[in-house]
Design a protein around this ligand. Sequence first.
Ligand code: CTP
Length: 409
Amino acid sequence: MLSGKRILLIVTGGIAAYKTPDLVRRLRERGAQVRCVLTAGGAQFVTPLALGAVTGDKVYQDLFDLTDEQEMGHIQLSRDADVILVAPASADVLAKMAGGLATDLATTALLATDKPVMVAPAMNVRMWQHAATQANIETLKSRGVTVIGPEEGDMACGEFGPGRMSEPLDIAQALIDFFHGGQPLRGKHALVTSGPTHEPIDPVRYIANRSSGKQGHAIAAALAALGARVTLVTGPVTLKDPIGVATVHVETARDMLAACTEALPADIAVCAAAVADWRTADAAPEKMKKDGKGLPALALAENPDILATLAAPGKNRPALVVGFAAETENVVGHAVAKLKKKGCDWICANDVSPETGTFGGDMNRVHLVTGSGVEDWPPQTKTQVGERLAQRIADHVTAGADATGADAE
Ligand code: CTP
């Protein structure tokens, strides 16, 4: 089931580290090759001798080991792996991963890798529930990291609640799901637009809007986590490209349309970008000057509608086209009208009134309009909205709904 898969297992400090020799055995039983990195904290709970015996390989501990750096190197460790699994993942290593710290071999390998990363958190319930840990988990998920568990139960510290590392068999199953199943969108191509567009007035000024791209990027990461090949076409944002997602950076609406058309064919399109409706009719080639002759008039031209273009009937039309509707009043009513006008299959209506903090913020409240009706989702983080939408899309696709979006109207 994991035949030929190379797993780099990073064991960090936590009592659950005592389960890792068993985890290694379960992974090897299923055909995986396992190599271990053991942190100083991890070595308090499990010995390198035990991990070396069950992996049949050297256990890597020290970043500045001259022999290791010559023979292997921290970069090579991740190059030689198909996936990196951090188990147990302590609150400390999650924080370092989220912050991009590289203070030892484990965190350096994690920062240097472009391979998929999975974490199995294990910690005291209060540490798990702490806002800092939850924010770190959100950050890691938004970058495409898969989180396994944690489970709820009696803890070594005598408390009860979520924070216990998933059992070795469940972690092995999560890896099998990752490689084979649990990826219902494997083989599908999803195109996602995200962020604002910038429409130049002259070489230094532009028309823009407040979109951060957080929602579109979260959707792209969530679709990739479900196995889709994802092309993300994004306007100017300060976010990192999600791991495992082919990201195309554009400035203007016309560039965005060209990049989307180039990316076709796709099975799924999700247009989450806040595309500028208008551009300047003629951007000035040089910086406009105050010449004392009065105010310049800004003549505008309408931008192409990317969603409507992708949703238009044609041989390249994705089977499922999902739009967003940014509204400030009569949210669902306007969204239903927009769905019809643009010809898409589903539309996610969201209230972007300033008091909701949606634009630029981390939370979103979505009403998903499909042909079957309106689903009112509770206020959630944009990561959660991305995951829920991706799962909803996967359910729709695997249910074999008709190619034009059978449950859309
Ligand atoms: N959209 C697009 N291209 C445009 C304008 C919008 O692809 N030129 C897409 C957005 O990505 C979103 C949907 O259309 O999926 C609706 O965007 P929204 O800004 O809510 O609506 P508009 O079409 O701009 O209409 P209005 O400004 O009148 O509300």
